[in-house]
Every structure is written in structure tokens, then in C-alpha cells.
Design a binder for this molecule. Structure first.
Ligand code: EPZ
Length: 403
């Protein structure tokens, strides 16, 4: 039995840090996770002229002087979600220059919806090779219907419209908790946004924003990852500082898989004897089952008593970790979007390689579930999104050595 304090949400902190560019002053952010992706986002802000102070409890972002519109190419490629800075830069300065973030380990990750939305607000976009230049005299509010509830496109629209003239309405908006968090942050700076968490978001443009102090929501994917690890290994865990409301579909599936779960608003208790039942999972936009939990569930299900089916409907290339699991004796067949997972008695230790963030976390889970000692390479992928992973797992009884 061990307790884990869940950190602040990576996928909430990143858009909130980008949004701080819209304020000519200083904001205080609490509960930001100390992870690589946040460090990269802060590097970009400093490159643009911001000053960053970190006193371990809070981040202070002084964005009084933003002297550039150019997002550095190397940082764009290091972290695709830096495209969210574009919306904030356009909102703040009427310009943004960046390179196509490019695909990554889980898919091509286009930004067509982001660019189409900017154009509808009057932004002029010039593309040469993989460079994109956006400029606009005055952002005008507009009505947009997203062809897919894209998290990033919804967030970029919110960032570009909060200081625009008039009202912007985003139909078929993403409904993730991180979108609600961004709305709450922007409103705490004087923005006028409502509807986040529903299919339609309304943004009333304002002239100026002001300083604020704001706490980032807990990381629901980090929380779900620890629940999956204990489910697969057997044992007990109590998660603190979590928002259990954000994990309803994850909890429902874990109960179906024979885990005992107790829930209060800020805590989740899980007990597992690792005698897991198979299940069927389809990843969907929130509040459906989160794609960021797909690899961790496939790993736990690799030792279930029967065959499970997992369908990945969000990204086109999110099964890279399966080859590594099969080195450990997992019996998984991937056909198109669907992974068929035939449960085996036990996984075997192996030398395995992480190739993306969540797939890497799933391999750590597999190594903990397996007999013997496994070696995992590609750890920097995992450090992008999990704060103090080794320390937190050691509290839960894991034996981990980092080299
Ligand atoms: C966010 O990525 C998250 N990242 C992802 O988490 C998460 O998996 C994803 O949302 C879905 O929930 C951050 O918040 C930083 P999308 P994002 O736009 O915004 C396609 C993690 O592990 N699409 O909702 O990039 C896209 O290719 C990361 O923490 C377009 O076609 O996701 C994908 O297939 C991984 N055109 C689908 O939509 C566009 O213009 C969903 O993408 C934009 C997206």
C-alpha cells in the first residue's frame, strides 16, 4: 500500500503558460508540474521576451515585454504543443512565425484546423516550405464549427479570440477538463468566456487582461497511469490531490477489470489482486475513454484472464509500444485501429525501448508487472510528462535504478 500525490496537469499547464502571453504584466501559476514539456514552453516564453521566476511553489511569468513573434524552430520540433503559443502571440501582437510542428511518434498531427480557424478571424497566413507566418491588423470574432473536437484547435481559438473584437463562438469544441481549466485561467485575468466543457464555447472579446494567481488542475492521465500500474502489478494505492470526476471512464473500466475502487472528490483508492478480467475499450474525445490511457490499459490487459479489444480512434499511430510488449511475451495482434489482447499468465523481463510519452509509461508498467529485471531506454520521452516518476513508484514498492 502506498500513497501518491498527483502533480499538476501537463496538458492544462501548457496552454495556461501560453495564455499568460496575453497579459501585459505578471501571473502566478501554482501546481505546475516540473517536467520537460513545461521547461520547453518556458524556454519559448523567455525567447519571446518574458521573464520567468520559479520559487518551487509557484511560477511567476512576467510577460510585460514581449519583443518577438518568432517561435524558435528547434523548440517547435521538440514539443508540438508549442503551436498553442501561436494563438496567444496572434492575440497579443497580431503576428506569429513558426515552423510546422511536424509529426511525432503517435501520428502526423496536422494543424489544419488551427490555421483555418485563424483565417476565419481575419489572420493572413503565408506558408513557405515548413515555415508559417501569421499576421493580422485586428482580430475579429467569428463563428467556427470544428470538423473534429480538437483539443489544441479549441485552445488556440480561445487564445486568439479573448482579445478580439466582438464575439467568437466555437461549435463542436473539445470538452476536456484542460479546456475548462484554460477558460477559468483566462477569466481570472479578466477574459469573458463561457461554455467550456460543453460542445459550444462563447468568447466575448475584451480590450485588456490583468494579473492573476491561478492553480492548475491535477493531472488525470498521470493519476490514471498509476491506477493502471497497480492494477497490473497487484497491490493497493491511494491517490491524493486528484480530481476523481475527471477519471470517470477510466474508473468504470478498472472496475469492470475486477479492481476494487473507492472514490472521493480529491482521492482515489484502488486495490487489485492482478486477477484481471478482459474488457473492450474505444478511445474517444472527452468524456469518452482517453487516448492518453490506451497504452497503459493494453499493458494491464496483457495478463487478463481472456481476450480484450482496444480501438484507438484518435491517433493513427499509437501502438508503437506493442512490439516492445511482445518481446515480454504479450500476445497482441494489431489490425488497423484495433488491438486484440490475448491475456497471458505473466510477462517476462526484457530490454525494451520507449518511443513516445504514454507508450513509454506503459513499458515501465510492463517492466513492473514482469518477473525479473527489465531495462528500459528512451527515458527522456517519459520525463516529458511524469514528474518524479521513480520517486513516486518507489513509494509504491517498485525497485527502480536509473543510469
Ligand atoms: C492534446 O493533443 C493532448 N496534448 C494529447 O496528449 C491528447 O492525446 C490529445 O489532445 C487528445 O486528447 C496536449 O494537450 C498538449 P487533438 P492535440 O488536436 O491537441 C487531429 C499526451 O500524451 N487533428 O485533439 O494535438 C489529430 O491529428 C498528449 O499528453 C487534425 O487532423 O490533440 C488527432 O488525430 C499526446 N487537425 C486528432 O485530431 C488539426 O488541426 C486529435 O488531436 C488538429 C488535430
Amino acid at each position: 500500500m502506498g500513497e501518491v500525490d498527483v502533480s499538476g496537469s501537463k496538458n492544462a499547464a501548457l496552454p495556461v503558460i501560453a495564455a499568460s502571453l496575453l497579459n501585459k504584466g505578471t501571473v502566478e501559476l501554482k501546481n505546475c508540474p516540473q517536467i520537460r514539456d513545461v521547461t520547453v514552453m518556458l524556454e519559448i516564453l523567455k525567447h519571446l521576451g518574458a521573464k520567468v521566476y520559479d520559487n518551487q511553489q509557484s511560477l511567476f511569468l512576467d510577460t510585460s515585454e514581449i519583443t518577438s513573434c518568432v517561435i524558435p524552430e528547434n523548440l517547435m520540433h521538440e514539443m508540438r504543443s508549442s503551436v498553442m503559443i501561436a494563438g496567444a502571440l496572434i492575440g497579443r501582437k497580431g503576428c506569429a512565425k513558426f515552423t510546422y510542428p511536424g509529426g511525432c511518434e503517435i501520428g502526423s498531427r496536422p494543424i489544419n484546423m488551427h490555421l483555418k480557424a485563424f483565417q476565419k478571424m481575419g489572420v493572413e497566413i503565408n506558408e513557405t516550405n515548413d515555415k508559417i507566418e501569421c499576421k493580422v491588423q485586428k482580430l475579429i470574432g467569428t463563428k467556427i464549427t470544428l470538423s473534429f473536437p480538437s483539443v489544441g484547435a479549441t485552445e488556440n481559438m480561445m487564445l486568439a479570440s479573448v482579445l478580439a473584437e466582438g464575439e467568437t463562438v466555437i461549435h463542436n469544441a473539445a470538452r476536456e477538463p484542460e479546456i475548462v481549466c484554460l477558460q477559468n485561467f483566462l477569466n481570472s485575468m479578466g477574459g469573458r468566456i463561457c461554455g467550456a466543457g460543453s460542445h459550444t464555447i462563447f468568447v466575448q472579446g475584451v480590450k485588456v487582461l490583468h494579473d492573476t494567481s491561478f492553480e492548475v488542475i491535477p493531472d488525470r492521465i498521470e493519476a490514471g497511469t498509476y491506477l493502471c500500474m497497480v492494477a497490473g502489478c497487484g497491490g493497493e494505492v491511494k491517490l491524493n490531490h486528484v480530481n476523481s470526476n475527471h477519471l470517470q471512464e477510466v474508473i468504470r473500466q478498472l472496475k469492470k477489470m475486477n479492481c476494487q475502487i473507492g472514490v472521493s472528490p480529491k482521492h482515489i483508492f484502488l486495490k487489485s489482486n492482478a486477477n484481471l478480467y478482459p474488457t473492450i475499450i474505444k478511445t474517444m474525445p472527452y468524456p469518452g475513454f482517453p487516448t492518453d490511457m490506451q497504452s497503459q490499459f493494453v499493458t494491464a490487459l496483457s495478463i487478463a484472464k481472456g481476450t480484450s479489444y482496444v480501438m484507438e480512434n484518435i491517433f493513427e499511430n499509437r501502438y508503437k509500444y506493442v512490439k516492445e510488449l511482445m518481446k515480454m511475451g504479450a500476445q497482441i495482434v494489431v489490425q488497423g485501429k484495433t488491438a486484440m489482447v490475448r491475456g497471458v499468465k505473466k510477462l517476462k523481463n526484457a530490454q525494451i525501448e520507449a518511443k513516445d510519452l504514454r507508450g513509454g509509461a506503459a513499458l515501465v508498467e510492463a517492466a513492473l508487472m514482469a518477473e525479473g529485471i527489465s531495462t528500459i531506454t528512451g527515458i527522456p520521452y517519459i520525463e516529458r510528462g511524469y514528474e518524479n516518476l521513480t520517486k513516486k513508484l518507489t513509494i509504491l514498492g517498485a525497485k527502480i535504478k536509473e543510469e
